[in-house]
Design a protein around this ligand. Structure first.
Ligand code: CP
Length: 298
C-alpha cells in the first residue's frame, strides 16, 4: 500500500489485513517501532479526533511526528498545497495526513508526488476512509458477523464524506442490509450501496447498528432553509425511537456530536452508545494504517 486515499482504492484483503492488525495492536499492546520514519499532520479543516488520534498513533509506533499549523504557515502567504508537500518531502517527511475541504484533492495530489505517502483524513464531502475503517472495527467488536446485520445511517447523508466511505466499505464487506435515512434535502446525489428512505421508522425497525451523522450546516448552501426543529422532530434519536431497533442495537456517531440535535444528550453515554469506543478504536486503526505505509520506507 503506497497511500490511503479512499475505500474504493483498497482491496478486500488489504482491509481485512488492516482490521487484523488494529485488533492485534488493541489486544496485545505490543507495537513495532519506526524511529526513522516521520509523519506530518496537515489539516486545512478543523479536527479533534482524527488529528489527535493520528498523532497518538504515530507516537505509539515511535515515529517522528509534527503538526503544521496551517493558519500560521506559509499557506497564509500563498504557498500552494503541492509546494507545501514538496517542501515537506525535501525535509525527509515520509507520511502526510491531509484533511482539506476540496473533494478528491488527496487522490489528485498523490499523482503528482513521488516521495511521500498520503493519508486522506477527510476531503470535502467525498471521503473519510479512516473513519469508515474504525467504524467497521467498532461494529465487528460488538456484532462479529457483518453478513447478517441491518445497518442504518441517519442524518445529513448528502454532505457526509463518512456516509460515502461507509457505503463503500459495507458493500465490500457484504453487510446484509444498509438503509440510508435522511430528509429529502439531505438525500444523497448518488447511492453507492443500500436503499434510501425518508422514514426514520423504516430505517430503525429491527436495526442492529444505528449510525447517526452530524448535521453539517457549514456544507449546506447559504440559501438552504434548514429547519432545525423539524429535523429534531422527525430524525432525532431518542430512547423511544431507538425501541424500534433490535434490543441489542448499538448506536454510533463519527463525532463531533451536536448534542440535542442528532441524538438526545442522555443517549450519548448510554450503554448502547459506542461513540467513545469508536474514538478508542480510531487510535488502533490509524496505527495499523501507519504501520502498513511505513513499511515502504524501512
Ligand atoms: N469524526 C471526525 O472526523 O472527527 P474530527 O472532525 O474531530 O476529526
Amino acid at each position: 500500500m503506497r497511500h490511503l486515499l479512499e475505500i474504493s482504492k483498497l482491496k478486500l484483503n488489504e482491509i481485512e489485513n488492516l482490521l487484523d492488525t488494529a485488533f492485534k495492536f488493541k489486544s496485545d499492546k505490543k507495537f513495532p517501532t519506526y524511529p526513522d520514519i516521520s509523519l506530518v499532520n496537515l489539516f486545512y479543516e478543523p479536527s479533534t479526533r482524527t488529528k489527535l488520534s493520528f498523532e497518538l498513533a504515530a507516537k505509539k509506533l515511535s515515529l517522528l511526528v509534527s503538526t503544521l499549523d496551517v493558519s500560521t504557515s506559509s499557506v497564509v502567504k500563498g504557498e500552494t498545497i503541492l509546494d507545501t508537500l514538496e517542501t515537506l518531502g525535501a525535509m525527509g517527511v515520509n507520511l502526510v495526513v491531509l484533511r482539506h475541504k476540496e473533494d478528491y484533492l488527496p487522490t489528485k495530489l498523490a499523482q503528482e508526488i513521488n516521495n511521500i505517502s498520503l493519508i486522506n483524513a477527510g476531503d470535502g464531502m467525498h471521503a473519510h476512509p479512516t473513519q469508515a475503517l474504525l467504524d467497521v472495527m467498532t461494529i465487528i467488536d460488538n456484532k462479529k458477523d457483518l453478513n447478517n446485520l441491518k445497518v442504518t445511517i441517519i442524518g445529513d447523508i448528502k454532505h457526509s464524506r463518512v456516509a460515502n466511505s461507509l457505503q463503500l466499505v459495507f458493500a465490500l464487506l457484504k453487510v446484509k442490509s444498509l438503509v440510508l435515512v435522511a430528509p429529502e434535502f439531505c438525500k444523497p446525489d448518488y447511492i453507492h450501496y443500500g436503499t434510501y428512505t425518508t422514514s426514520l421508522t423504516e430505517g430503525l425497525k429491527d436495526a442492529d447498528v444505528v449510525i447517526t451523522l452530524r448535521v453539517q450546516k457549514e456544507r449546506m448552501p447559504l440559501k438552504q432553509n434548514f429547519d432545525m426543529d423539524d429535523y429534531i422532530n422527525n430524525y432525532q434519536i431518542t430512547p423511544k425511537t431507538l425501541e424500534l431497533a433490535k434490543k441489542d442495537v448499538i448506536l454510533m456517531h463519527p463525532g463531533p456530536v451536536n448534542r440535542g440535535i442528532e441524538i438526545v444528550s442522555s443517549l450519548v453515554k448510554d450503554k448502547q452508545s459506542k461513540i467513545l469506543s469508536q474514538v478508542e478504536n480510531g487510535v488502533y486503526m490509524r496505527m495499523a494504517i501507519i504501520n502498513e505505509l511505513a513499511k515502504a520506507y524501512v
